[in-house]
Write a new protein. Structure first.
Length: 494
């Protein structure tokens, strides 16, 4: 695939932003000022200020002499970076690879994106018209190289889309500054009478290198496509990402479901080919009013089953606000894992392992909130409240075979117990003011304290059943003592 890049130049970035926030400020020439070496200098100008002869770097006193009613605003440090980052995030709707180009531009990798808007002309026009509608004075150009797109956007005249292979022709009438050279090189070129790129572009590379250095040759080769140039995107694009645009704004839940289905079909097919499945996925929807809404899903096990994943998204669609309509959907599989395929049982009626429990947990978690369901595994501790831990990775520790309650209290609670003789199950116990008469009991099961970690008494556990048929897990701490015996309740059986 041939690479295509777009360079966007915001001619009056700071002042356009300020006028957007303060519409009344656009009636008069506006500048941003900064202090350098004790002098107030112009840092940025509006179009009206520029037309009056005020330029960047001019002293504020001289500017006021030209236009006494000049609106002067202090320059907020690093504001260009903040503005370009926000604008770049907005442009991600047009391409997953967008980079800021300080101090006043953006770079977009448009490779493979233009067909979604009906071609390069429609694509570029859509971007520039939208930015212009927001009040920004922009120029943009598209080419096979970043250097040519940058040069044409800032110094070109009419053509803004440069066909592949015509970079040299597009650069010839432009000034040397279009090659992104530093001031020292530009001064040297001007002194030698090189006022346009066509004045030296035909000269041998070795001669140019001896005269102007390697930095000059690098910029020239980058613009002509002889040297690779990469951009640093604002966000790393997901490996598994699909886009779906719509000519007509989508508002209904049924239409949104159809869009999600199409995206899932493509992504799941790729994942199936690679033996992988989705663990977390996010659907980003770009509305025609330039608002962005998202919904996300998560699974308890890697899945590339379109039907199952669609059901999870369908549970979230009611929370999605389409507003006046959605014109672009982006589905990203942010976390994928290998799908572990269990061996099919020849004698099984279904022919494959049943994973309905995993699907059920996914749907429950989608309804009650992500992270509401926790999976636990055995931990290497004797004490019951310490013997489980959140699941991270399979371990070799085996769970005990003795019965354990369905509900285990985080910490044992004290109870009052009546027992006939030492080491016999209790006859009565009182818990939270209620007296329970014990009809059946099993035990004791002795669980020792981990002496290599801490000192203390052991526990003797009993499973007891009261007259109402309710079963409890209680224990006596340490050996029996007439006046100091302590009993606790630790869990409840179903």
């Amino acid at each position: 695939m041939t690479k295509r890049y777009i360079s966007i130049w915001f001619r009056h970035l700071l002042t356009d932003w300020y006028i957007r926030k303060h519409p009344d400020a656009g009636d008069s020439p506006l500048v941003f000022s900064t202090q350098q070496r004790g002098r107030q200098l112009i840092h940025a100008t509006s179009r009206k200020a520029e037309n009056t002869g005020i330029y960047c770097g001019m002293a504020v006193a001289d500017a006021k002499a030209i236009y006494p009613h000049l609106v002067i605003t202090p320059y907020p440090p690093d504001q260009e970076h903040h503005l370009l980052t926000a604008l770049g995030q907005w442009c991600i709707r047009y391409s997953p690879v967008v980079s800021i180009d300080l101090p006043d531009g953006l770079l977009i990798d448009a490779s493979g994106c233009t067909h979604l808007w009906g071609g390069e002309h429609n694509y570029l026009a859509e971007i520039t018209l939208k930015l212009s509608a927001y009040g920004y004075d922009v120029r943009a150009a598209m080419a096979d190289t970043i250097g040519t797109a940058w040069a044409v956007a800032r110094y070109g005249n009419d053509a803004t889309i440069i066909p592949g292979g015509l970079e040299r022709k597009a650069l010839r009438p432009l000034p040397p500054a279009a090659l992104r050279l530093d001031d020292t090189l530009l001064t040297k070129l001007q002194q030698l009478g090189f006022h346009k790129i066509e004045d030296f572009i035909h000269l041998p590379i070795n001669a140019l290198k001896r005269r102007f250095g390697q930095a000059f040759i690098l910029r020239l080769k980058q613009a002509l496509g002889g040297e690779r140039e990469d951009i640093l995107p604002l966000g790393i694009p997901s490996v598994y990402e699909e886009r779906l645009s719509s000519l007509d704004p989508i508002k209904t839940a049924k239409a949104i479901t159809i869009a999600i289905t199409r995206l899932l079909d493509v992504i799941c097919f790729k994942l199936q080919q690679e033996g992988k499945g989705i663990r977390t996925a996010t659907l980003t929807c770009y509305r025609i009013d330039d608002q962005v809404v998202q919904i996300s899903i998560g699974t308890n096990g890697a899945s590339n089953n379109t039907t199952h994943l669609l059901k999870l998204f369908e549970l979230k669609i009611p929370s999605l606000a389409p507003g006046p309509g959605i014109d672009l959907f982006i589905l990203q599989a942010l976390l994928v894992e290998d799908v572990i395929s269990e061996q099919e049982k020849i004698w099984s009626a279904t022919g494959s392992a049943d994973n309905n429990i995993t699907k059920l947990l996914d749907r429950i978690e989608s309804k009650i909130g992500s992270g509401s369901i926790q999976r636990y595994q055995p931990a290497e501790h004797y004490w019951p409240e310490l013997s489980i831990q959140p699941f991270t990775a399979p371990n070799d520790h085996q769970q005990v075979n003795a019965p354990r309650p369905d509900k285990l209290l985080p910490q044992p609670l004290p109870i009052e117990v009546t027992a006939p003789i030492p080491d016999y199950p209790p006859m009565l116990f009182r818990f939270m003011g209620q007296l329970h008469e014990i009809k059946k009991a099993d035990g004791p099961e002795r669980i020792e304290r981990e002496w290599w970690l801490e000192d203390g008494a052991h526990r003797d556990y009993y499973i007891v059943e009261d007259a109402a048929g309710r079963r409890y897990w209680i224990f006596r701490l340490g050996h029996y003592a007439v006046s100091q015996t302590q009993w606790f309740i630790h869990g409840f059986f179903a």
